[in-house]
Design a protein around this ligand. Structure first.
Ligand code: XMP
Length: 514
């Protein structure tokens, strides 16, 4: 897609592969993740300024553990091996890798040799994140150790002549206090990058490329109002204007006023010159969901119905040349690797319809991380509230209402959620919590309102902090804020007489309720 300088990350199955790429992009250097099996020819063709080997769960000295070809060290391209990646480098080049007599896990004080370019500007004793049971007992010929801990003689090693570097610890995780400095040293001092990857140039370049690709063709986009599909739509709108049609399916499971907000931005009154179709399919979804209680069935029904509605609209438009998807880089990386157990069948509004007639899919954001998508959105002048939106699941409130979904329940959860969001914002907490929302439990209980007995629903409030949404902690919201939310909900939302605050972390809970 672009011929600017880049670093490539070769993935050996580590859990931080995406993080490495993000940290490198934070240095304004473009970075992509590939499998460790990528061929030498392909690597040469890409002309990377540097290569990073990730960590991984295997032992480098075992016959069938993942390894790249030894020829990679002959390319003259600087390489940084991290954790397992450091051991692979050591093993392939003739060093000795063994099970460590004492494994290290967690924050560890590491002594580094600050005359190594990797550690320039780093304190000679610095806290790093360790997670290993194997270690490099002795480095290969040509290398010298340039960091150690009391139990790890080669916490880092270098061969400055061949520009090969390796760390046993993980510079990419936040717990390695000076990790960003080390990665930036690798990228700038060792690989000689200029750091000219900027969002502004990405946006301009992408618009130009899209214009060229689409030509006079017709483009169709499923717009959900979420960050990714909004940014993708605006990119296309800027590139091809009226050749783009956005279909926004309002499934009646959106947050309060959200449908109107999306229509205000993308509809004829908004700033963009595109064709916008809002499909009010609320009743259709409610009737499909009537009587259905099981979470996975609800997810499937919503996902399938969404596609049906979208297809119907697409048919009215007729054959289109391109279908736009808001796929982002983590989706690309994750779908390229082995799938883990299905906890929930995730669905992004905009899942692929089979019967829509189009030639090709366009995914303008497929190389961006979420924070970069937001940056691109700001660059495009999209309103802050849209760009900074918290994640909202494709099946919407359908999975925030435990048990059967009805119109009445949707109204309850929308109203309670709106109050919760208002109060969080006015307490100045919005930017400090990763995701927060109200959900409707399926529990009704006895209460008293005035002099009357009530038998009403309990609303659950959820708020979590997380960086990756894979694990999460319950957010520490001041009690008086929670109390204010509770007061307003029981007073203002009909049908609710109790409010719970969900304290669970993930795991064992998940962020959503279903
Ligand atoms: P869980 O509930 O699995 O959620 O802890 C993790 C993150 O994913 C979001 N989520 C979804 N996003 N389609 C989406 O696009 C879905 O079906 C879906 N289900 C959960 C959830 O909001 C949280 O941010």
């Amino acid at each position: 897609m672009m011929s600017q300088e880049k670093i490539i990350v070769l993935d050996f199955g580590g859990q931080y592969n995406q993080l490495i790429a993000r940290r490198i992009r934070e240095c304004n250097v473009y970075c992509e993740v590939y499998s460790y099996q990528m061929s030498l020819d392909k690597i040469k063709e890409m002309e990377p300024k540097g290569i990073v080997f990730t960590g991984g769960p295997n032992s480098a000295y075992l016959e069938d553990s993942p390894k790249c070809s030894r020829g990679i060290f002959e390319l003259g391209i600087p390489i940084l091996g991290i954790c397992y990646g450091s051991q692979v480098m050591a093993h392939l080049l003739g060093g000795s890798v063994k099970t460590a007599p004492i494994s290290e896990y967690g924050k560890t004080e590491v002594e580094v040799n600050t005359s190594s370019p990797l550690f320039e500007g780093v304190h000679s004793s610095t806290v790093c994140w360790m997670s290993h049971t194997d270690y490099i007992e002795s480095p290969p010929e040509g290398f010298r150790a340039c960091a150690h801990t009391p139990v790890c003689p080669v916490a880092a090693m270098e061969d400055p002549k061949r520009r090969l570097y390796a760390t046993q610890f993980h510079p990419e995780v936040m717990h390695t206090v000076e990790g960003q400095q080390m990665l930036s040293n690798f990228v700038f001092k060792i690989c000689g990058c200029a750091g000219d990857w900027k969002m502004g140039s990405f946006v301009q370049k992408t618009i130009g490329e899209l214009r060229q690709k689409v030509g006079s063709g017709k483009v169709l986009c499923a717009l959900s109002g979420g960050v990714d599909s909004s940014v993708a739509a605006v990119l296309l709108a800027k590139a091809v204007g009226k050749q783009l049609t956005c279909v926004f399916v309002d499934h009646g499971l959106l947050r309060k006023n959200e449908g109107d907000e999306v229509a205000a931005v993308f509809g004829p009154q908004g700033p963009y010159d595109l064709n916008f179709i809002r499909v009010n399919a609320q009743e259709r979804f409610y009737s499909k969901l009537a009587g259905v209680e099981e979470p996975e069935r609800k997810r499937k029904i919503i996902g399938e119905e969404f596609i049906r509605v979208f297809e119907e609209e697409a048919k009215k438009i007729g054959a289109v040349d391109y279908l736009v998807q808001g796929t982002i880089y983590p989706d690309v990386i994750e779908s390229g690797l082995g799938k883990s157990a299905t906890i929930k069948s995730h669905h992004n509004v905009g899942g692929l319809p089979d019967t829509v007639d189009f030639k090709e899919i366009i995914e303008p954001l497929r190389l961006l991380f979420k924070d970069e998508v937001r940056k691109a959105g700001k660059e495009l002048g999209i309103a802050e509230y849209l760009v900074n939106r918290q994640p909202f699941p494709g099946p919407g409130l359908g999975i925030r209402i435990i048990g059967e979904v009805t119109k009445e329940k949707v109204k309850i959860v929308q109203d309670a959620d709106a109050i919760y969001r208002e109060e969080i914002a006015s307490a100045g907490l919005a930017g400090k919590i990763s995701q927060y929302f109200a959900a409707l439990t399926n529990m009704r209980s006895v209460g008293v309102m005035g002099d009357f007995r009530t038998y009403d629903y309990a609303v659950a409030l959820r708020a979590v902090t997380t960086t990756d949404f894979m694990t999460a902690e319950c957010a520490d919201i001041p009690f008086e804020v929670l109390q204010r939310v509770m007061n307003r909900i029981v007073n203002e939302v009909k049908g609710v007489n109790r409010v719970f605050y969900d304290l669970s972390s993930k795991p064992p809970g998940t962020i959503e309720f279903e």
